[in-house]
Design a protein around this ligand. Structure first.
Ligand SMILES: [Zn+2]
Ligand SMILES: [Zn+2]
Ligand SMILES: [Zn+2]
Length: 231
């Protein structure tokens, strides 16, 4: 956000807090200022990272408090994309946009299409439905990621929703007992050529769907399964 706009909005926010006699710590204010200084989609992890880099000692609770207030007073909107991470974006009164989300690199592209907006209104009217808002998100691959669709990456890097084909298992005997790990994958049908989809890619686990069965893999294991993204 432009520096001037960012200051203007921050003081508007501070005025609202004062009017409602809401006292917040300096840490919460710093987290709020960080959000206003960023242009696009900010996650709580982004604020944590910023706080860590600058030795600011802002706690998770304070970050959550900051976003809670931003949302409550209509300065931020929560968005959840296919990776399941909660991100917040600026809420500008009277402005609207929709999103393209890259399943491979997590890139978020904002767009506005007047045609799509009108069509959505028409659909609602056809159903005698009074629409107040909508969220439109298109999942896929950005031009950079689509440029190398057959590139090999570890399964751990595939975002939720991404479809893949296993290219090889990168075992080095050791941590997973080498052959034992390959055999286990073999039993699960996770062999080169097998196709699947990532259902959830969280911190500790990667959940995939392969041959219509859900399989939970530890992160470390998913790093050893090399895949190519499919469409
Ligand atoms: Zn829209
Ligand atoms: Zn991408
Ligand atoms: Zn956005």
């Amino acid at each position: 956000m432009k520096k001037q706009t960012h200051h203007k909005i921050f003081s508007e926010f501070a005025r609202i807090l004062a009017r409602h006699s809401i006292a917040v710590s300096d840490s919460v204010l710093t987290a709020i200022e960080f959000f206003f200084s960023e242009d696009h989609h900010v996650s709580t992890e982004d604020v944590e990272h910023f706080a860590r880099e600058n030795n600011l000692g802002i706690s998770k609770a304070e970050i959550n408090k900051a976003f809670e207030l931003l949302e409550k007073f209509g300065f931020a909107t929560k968005r959840v994309f296919a990776d399941g991470v909660q991100r917040y974006e600026h809420f500008h009164i009277g402005e609207h946009h929709d999103h393209l989300y890259c399943l491979k690199c997590g890139r978020i592209i904002e767009f506005y299409s007047s045609g799509l907006e009108e069509e959505q209104g028409d659909v609602a009217r056809e159903h005698n439905f009074h629409a107040f808002s909508h969220k439109m998100q298109i999942n896929g691959l950005c031009s950079q990621c689509f440029g190398e669709p057959s590139q090999e990456i570890p399964l751990s890097e595939v975002q939720a929703g991404g479809t893949f084909c296993i290219t090889r298992i990168a075992t080095r005997s050791g941590r997973f007992g080498g052959h034992g790990f390959s055999r286990r994958l073999n039993d699960l049908g996770l062999v080169p050529g097998a196709e699947g989809q990532v259902i959830n890619n969280g911190r500790g686990m990667v959940i995939i769907n392969c041959g219509s069965a859900r399989i939970a893999l530890r992160r470390g294991q998913s790093r050893k399964i090399m895949v190519a993204l499919t469409n």
